[in-house]
Design a protein around this ligand. Structure first.
Ligand SMILES: [Cu+2]
Length: 107
């Protein structure tokens, strides 16, 4: 067991250039919890600042994939948006409603 560990340590040694990995991994773990969710725009109501999204699972809200209406925090998030657009978004649950806080075109 001890030998195995030593062997692994030796193997890892030449990869010291990858020493920058731990901070990067920590950052990606943080952003994973805060990740954006893929969705497709189904309906836009600019006057009411609402958008209907067919969204993938939203891990941060413990919500499965579905189609639903969201309030948007700022109407400008709907600028240039069209039905059928593929987007990525972040949502929050505030005051009993689900609010889109960030929205951007999917790439
Ligand atoms: Cu939903």
């Amino acid at each position: 067991m001890k030998n195995l560990f030593l062997c692994a340590a030796l193997l890892a040694a030449p990869a010291l250039s990858l020493a920058a990995e731990p901070p990067a991994a920590a950052a990606s773990a943080a952003s994973a919890a805060d990740a954006m969710t893929d969705a497709e725009v189904r309906k836009i109501d600019g006057a009411a600042a609402k958008v209907t999204l067919r969204h993938a699972e939203i891990k941060s809200l413990d919500m499965p994939a579905m189609t639903m209406v969201f309030q948007v925090r700022e109407k400008r998030l709907l600028d240039g948006l069209k039905v059928g657009d593929k987007v990525r978004f972040k949502a929050a649950h505030e005051g009993g409603q689900f609010i889109v806080t960030e929205l951007q075109p999917a790439r």
